[in-house]
Design a protein around this ligand. Sequence first.
Ligand code: ATP
Ligand code: MG
Length: 414
Amino acid sequence: MSELKPVRGTHDILPEAMRRHRRVTDTACEIAARYGYQEISTPIIEFTEVFQRTLGETSDIVTKEMYTFQDRAGESLTLRPEYTAGVARAFMSGGLQHSLPLKFFCRGPMFRYERPQKGRQRQFHQIDVELLGIAEPLGDVEVIALGAHILDALGLTDKVTLELNTLGDNESRQAYRAKLVSYLERFRDKLSEDSRLRLERNPLRIFDSKDEGDKRVIANAPLLRDHLNDVSKRFFDQVQAGLKAAGVAFEINPRLVRGLDYYCHTAFEFTTETLGAQGAVLAGGRYDGLMAAMGGPPTPGTGWAAGVERLALMIAEPKAPARPIAVVAAGGGAEIEVFAVAQKLRAEGFTADVGFSGNLKKRLARANKAGAVAAVILGEDELKKRAATVRDMASGEQTEVPLSSLGQHLARYR
Ligand code: ATP
Ligand code: MG
């Protein structure tokens, strides 16, 4: 019955997991707002071009991971694998060039055709922030500090390390690229097939490879940081000085690159050792070349994305939902009245859970299982007096209470 299984790599998020998920995204949204980042949402489907042009023809995402299909009109559409390209598209199609700088927070599902394993799904969720229109290094400092603040609010500061690097500007990267290629050419036969392709098209990306053979070759490769021009050096110095001023601890990782083509200068990743092989929890960098690559006005940008499922696995158990007041009928005649009482309690802010069927004993047992703190029992005789019996579920003690003061009596259970 394959049609009754979820699609491989996708998951139903049941209440307990959803509480963790919400805690991550709501905390992030709230902290982001304190930095002036407002929430937006872009469509889950975009024209395939949006990702193909921006992520680069050689990126893993474009070559292997995209969910691309033709719609009924023959348009090639793709389920978004990341947020940045869609936000950039929205920026251009919405004519937002005149509103810069812009600070956006986004959350939602992403789709990548990957091999599913712990912390790696085919449908997963990201939180994401984008800062558009700020070319200064302090823009990078702000988004990184925001990321660190969110991780701290989630109680994760001790579980993560911020790794920082620079990819320099175009001039620095071009100069370095030649050196890197001539080094890598000597080890061509030791490289994976993927990396031999990268060697032609985007050799820097070989640093991002998870292949063990590639990693051994890369370990002794020349480093970009030794080929930075003055502009790039100064930019990187200012990012570091800003982070220190903001009190954000970091480690330089000279081999950190980003998997996407449009990045320059700052690249960073918060990593953890608590999730096994899937160590990256929040990653991003500066993408000044993106808008132009999409055919829009050159616009600097910087930002990051974080995996909600990975963060949700790491946080402490969130607070359980409020325990309900059960409202149950003791006999058929009170069945309708139960609903009226429950509605009134809900209007007063209580969590009220109606016991639907079975005799009183069954309904109370079910209320107990649902974690009810108290049960309001409505019987025909009591209703004639406009009263109810309130049962304290912990002690079993029962009290007759007039319906008019039910809310007051139940206040103790809030
Ligand atoms: P990885 O190296 O783990 O493949 P990535 O470089 O592809 O990560 P990004 O594109 O930077 O990841 O996405 C940002 C974050 O989204 C990651 O740090 C991770 O937490 C999360 N993420 C990425 N891919 C997946 C996935 N398939 N399942 C769950 N979370 C993911
Ligand atoms: Mg990946």
